[in-house]
Design a binder for this molecule. Structure first.
Ligand code: MIC
Length: 653
């Protein structure tokens, strides 16, 4: 057999359907799943709708990390619901305050060589330890929990050779920002990014987590690292060395595409507002006054990341104008910071400690002041995601965040030597680390069948009609390129409490773009039976949240016509029976106007046939030639009005 890279080995060992030919649909066996509260309540409701008895995976874990604010009954009701239903389905439950799913999963459950599907777009972080990990919509994860394959298009493998070692003051975040500088937010779509080369030796498993986590921002299907001595060491520190297996690329293997990063040549980088792909050198934006420096999230979750910030501010004070916000990853991390003295150093420097979780990363607290600069170590800075509409969020490494907190302005951490006589601290990872899993409840071995209460904000999934055959519907919105899921269905404290209530959350569909959207959609549904929206390239980049498909669907969305799509968003549209079309001639995008009336005819037959679907623009009296890229499996789901309908039909439910 020809020498194989790590990604292809992982796929081959999980392949249930299809062939490993780039672009073809493949079905993969999923060993583990991860859900979090903001997407997990829906997953559980979906499992109920599917009539699941018990999870069929090796391990499935439900985390509560996204919404920890208990401002009224809704959120605690969600938590109780999740806890009870996990018992019933045989799913582990990580309670509020335990920590961020991605890092905790890696510490407690991750196993090299296994596959993982998670209803969170940053699930690929587990690729840091040689796992095959995918972010997916909740329904895809629900099917994986039920033992069904996860379907995706076979990606190309992009091999990235890392050469040499990172220089002082430059860390893993700068490395992934360099990838974003090169590829922007859509350059790695349809690819698995696999890192190799001698530079790997200097990157710990947690450093790799930073890089794999933000592969999502590159648009990559996932990121893969080998399982080598660094991964073995990580598992040893977690007292799970027995779970380690070696998984490395064969000598002489090749990749579909290859590139190289000289690590010694990297310098501190920063993603400017409001896209993770807007990367420049820190030097280019130095001196801008900052309001906030925010350290934490799944994009810098490691002990080293907090430790280095603490070492930088040790014995000094954050600038009086700066809010230095520390968002610890987990309870174990807090204990470890305390053991190392880092906790005290940060407090003494004026830091504000928040509870372990996602917090401000998903707009649940710590919103910055209007038009003020917030430096964050989080993975994304889409417009308004922080909770402040006119935010100015920059993405940085912990070194840059800490240096800037001291100076009160964007500062290249290499200047710390000159400013404070500080030489770059070197982290010696302690062998004896605290392990704290007190707040994880194991999956019971037998189901508990009793009925349990669910709060009034938890609503059953709405039922949807099959795809229509003929329709005359308005274009309710015309959007630009790179529309993020945050813009389709906002993150943050306003909408998040309604994640388990589709009728209520639908009021926020496209709210960030046009506050009148939901009201207009209701009218269009009543008068015309629905609506369509138009978008440019990379529609739906960012999160895996299927609410970004479900809420518009609830409001009557029949189709999206876009130049191109982000992978998970595209899959979510099909799962819920919205037709995702592309322009045969992308220039057609230019002349369509919001408010135009579109006529679809014989739609079901045309969708089933594949090929060109002609849509009549009645207002402009011109045709728009469209196409879809759905597989036969997805066509069946779309015709049925969504995967759940199809599943019910098959099972006679
Ligand atoms: C995100 O980073 O956008 C989130 C919040 O983690 C989402 C999940 C969600 O919307 O609940 C993601 O990345 O999938």
């Amino acid at each position: 057999m020809a020498p194989q890279n790590v990604a292809r080995k992982l796929i081959a060992s999980h392949l249930l359907e299809g062939e490993m030919i780039p672009g073809q649909e493949i079905g993969l066996r999923i060993d583990q799943t991860l859900t979090q509260d903001a997407t997990g309540t829906l997953v559980m409701l979906e499992l109920e709708a599917m009539g699941l008895e018990r999870a069929a995976t090796e391990v499935s874990v439900q985390y509560v990390d996204h919404n920890l604010l208990q401002t009224d009954f809704k959120n605690p009701d969600d938590h109780l619901f999740l806890q009870a239903i996990c018992q019933r389905f045989g799913i582990w439950y990580s309670r509020p305050g335990n920590g961020v799913s991605h890092a905790v999963h890696m510490e407690r459950f991750g196993r090299p060589g296994r596959s993982l599907a998670g209803s969170d777009s940053h699930t690929p972080a587990a690729g840091s330890m040689g796992m095959l990990a995918f972010g997916a919509g909740g329904l895809d994860v629900a099917f994986a929990i039920a033992g069904e394959p996860l379907y995706l298009r076979m990606p190309k493998i992009l091999g990235v050779e890392l050469v040499g070692a990172l220089p002082p003051w430059v860390s893993a975040k700068d490395l992934v920002l360099e990838m974003l500088r090169r590829h922007d937010v859509k350059g790695c779509r349809g690819m698995i990014v696999e890192y190799f080369g001698d530079g790997l030796a200097g990157l710990t498993a947690m450093d790799r987590h930073v890089i794999a986590n933000m592969g999502t921002e590159l648009g990559a299907t996932t990121t893969v690292f080998p399982s080598d001595e660094q991964v073995r060491r990580f598992l040893r520190l977690q007292r799970r060395e027995q779970d380690w297996v070696e998984l490395i690329a064969d000598a002489g293997c090749d990749y579909d595409l290859v590139e190289r990063i000289e690590l010694p040549a990297l310098e501190p980088l920063i993603a400017c507002p409001s896209s993770p792909g807007n990367v420049v050198r820190v030097r280019e934006v130095e001196g801008r006054p900052i309001y906030q420096s925010y350290i934490g999230s799944s994009a810098n979750p490691g002990l080293r990341d907090f430790w280095i910030a603490a070492e930088i501010v040790k014995g000094l004070r954050a600038h009086e104008r700066v809010s230095l916000d520390i968002n610890p990853t987990s309870r174990a991390l807090i204990e470890n910071l305390a053991r190392l003295g880092s906790f005290q150093q940060l407090i003494a420097a004026g830091a504000r400690f928040h509870q372990a979780g996602c917090n401000g990363c998903i707009g649940m607290g710590q919103a910055p002041a209007t038009h003020q600069i917030s430096l964050r170590t989080v993975p994304r800075n889409f417009p308004g995601r922080s909770g402040t509409k006119e935010d100015l969020v920059y993405l940085v490494s912990p070194e840059t965040a800490a240096a800037s907190a001291l100076a009160g302005a964007i500062t290249d951490p290499r200047d710390l030597e000159k400013l404070y006589g500080l030489s770059c601290p070197r982290f010696a990872e302690p062998e004896d680390q605290a392990i704290n899993h007190d707040l994880i409840a194991p999956a019971p071995s037998a189901g508990i069948a009793e009925r349990f209460e669910r709060g009034p904000n938890i609503k059953a999934l709405p039922l949807f009609a099959p795809l229509v055959d003929d329709a005359e519907v308005p274009v309710l919105l015309k959007m630009d390129d790179d529309i993020s899921t945050d813009e389709i269905l906002m993150a943050g404290a306003r909408a998040l409490p309604f994640r388990s209530n589709i009728p209520a959350i639908s009021q926020y569909a496209f709210f960030a773009i046009d506050e009148t959207f939901a009201a207009r959609a209701h009218v269009a549904k009543e008068q015309h039976g629905g609506h369509v929206v138009i978008a440019g390239d990379n529609y739906g980049q960012g999160s895996s949240r299927e609410h970004a498909a479900l809420a518009p669907r609830y409001l009557g969305q029949i189709a999206v016509i876009a130049r191109s799509y982000a992978r998970i968003a595209w899959q979510n549209l099909a799962n819920f029976g919205i037709l995702a079309l592309t322009f045969v001639d992308p220039a057609d995008y230019d002349w369509i106007e919001q408010g135009d009336q579109f006529a679809f005819s014989d739609l079901r037959e045309r969708v089933a046939a594949g090929g060109v679907i002609v849509v009549r623009n009645l207002t402009q009296r011109r045709d728009v030639r469209c196409a879809h890229q759905l597989s036969e499996r997805q066509v069946r789901a779309v015709l049925a009005g969504g995967l759940i309908n199809q599943f019910r039909q098959q099972r006679g439910v």
